[in-house]
Design a protein around this ligand. Structure first.
Ligand code: KG4
Ligand code: ZN
Length: 344
């Protein structure tokens, strides 16, 4: 079964083909440079860019993968959460294609696709505890199967990636700067007491990162007042301390969730922040301590990509799931309805 996956929920227009669980080809148009001019994603510009590139990317992908449109067995698309105008471009394109080809159509939950991307290169075994950390979301999930994913905890304010990006911004790094904070952190020495590891003093599985963001701004501003411009080693040490505060918080809550879900077989990490080197290493350690398999996507599949949508779409279609063409795109902040049809 050949599944075309389309991702347009934020600032990447990405398409990919997955056949029988294997990635056959992908195409991506990133808008990062455009939005970097404004220090963050401008929704109106993002939709226009998706609209501009999506058709050409489809033609390019078909040519490079040497397929004819009729070879596609199912058309899958990210249906949310995300920026509504951006989502609508991908969803309308996918619906049009499915209608023209008379093939099944499927709207995939973008967050679930991030988690399931672990299956692109690794064997999966359920039930699973999943940590999803991206620019827009931070969630802990219990995953029973590709179609049964329950949220156990979430951020009450900023997402982990958002805090990385804001911290990068005050340090003068270009958007999205999470990866640069990680790079600088590797050369620095963390002071575990410099910044708070937020929202640990409670019994729940939720997160709150806005206080850490304010603390990071205050620490950088006072250091600048005291010493002027920060030199390279001061920036590296600060990044290491910041990295520590975020990762320490995430790992503590994952450990708490594991103690409450002792039957899980694997621990999965997913989302753009899953590329973070310290987070990968610390969760790997935790999984080993708890005698669990640890899964994190290859670096190429951490940030938004088409392969994760094509893979999730293939997985769901294989088990008989599809949507009618009146399926809605769901913006960030609204729950994704459980409205897939299943043919057995
Ligand atoms: O999953 P993603 O591509 O987009 C959303 O669905 O939100 O995640 C992008 C986020 C950005 O905030 C980016 O700064 C962050 O992932 N990110 C990182 C790293 N690489 C990407 N954050 C920390 N360390 C990294 N190595
Ligand atoms: Zn994402």
């Amino acid at each position: 079964m050949l599944c075309l996956g389309i991702e347009s929920s934020c600032d990447e227009t990405a398409l990919a083909l997955v056949e029988d669980g294997q990635l056959r080809g992908s195409a991506l148009a990133s808008q990062a440079e455009l939005h970097a001019l404004f220090g963050g994603v401008v929704p109106e510009l993002a939709s226009r860019e998706h609209y501009h590139y999506i058709g050409a990317l489809f033609d390019d992908l078909s040519k490079r993968a040497n397929i004819n449109s009729n070879d596609i067995d199912v058309v899958a698309v990210a249906r949310g959460p995300g920026l509504l105008g951006s989502l609508l471009v991908g969803v309308a394109f996918a619906k049009g294609l499915a209608l023209a080809l008379d093939k099944p159509f499927l709207g995939v939950n973008h967050l679930h696709a991030h988690l399931l991307a672990n299956g692109l290169t690794q064997k999966l075994e359920y039930p699973v505890l999943g940590l999803l950390v991206s620019g827009g979301h931070t969630e802990l999930c219990r995953i029973e199967s590709p179609w049964k994913i329950e949220r156990l905890g979430r951020t009450l304010d900023d997402a982990a990636g958002e805090v990385f990006d804001k911290t990068a911004k005050i340090l003068g790094f270009p958007y999205p700067g999470g990866t640069l904070v990680d790079e600088h952190a590797k050369r620095g020495k963390a002071n575990p007491h410099l910044l708070p590891s937020p929202f640990l003093n409670n019994a729940n599985l939720d997160f709150s990162f806005s206080g850490l963001k304010t603390a990071a701004v205050n620490v950088v501003n006072s250091a600048r007042k005291r010493n002027g411009k920060l030199d390279e080693s001061e920036v590296a040490d600060f990044c290491a301390s910041f990295n520590f505060a975020v990762v320490h918080t995430l790992v503590k809550k994952v450990d708490r969730a594991l103690r409450q879900n002792r039957d899980v077989k694997q621990l999965w990490l997913a989302g753009g922040v899953a590329a973070n080197s310290l987070l990968r290493a610390e969760l790997q350690k935790l999984a080993k301590k708890r005698r669990l398999d640890f899964r994190a996507p290859d670096l190429a599949f951490c940030c938004d990509n088409g392969a994760m949508i094509a893979y999730a779409g293939w997985l769901l279609a294989k088990h008989g799931f599809s949507h009618d063409l009146d399926m809605e795109a769901i913006p960030r902040g609204r729950n994704i309805p459980d409205d897939m049809r299943r043919e057995c």
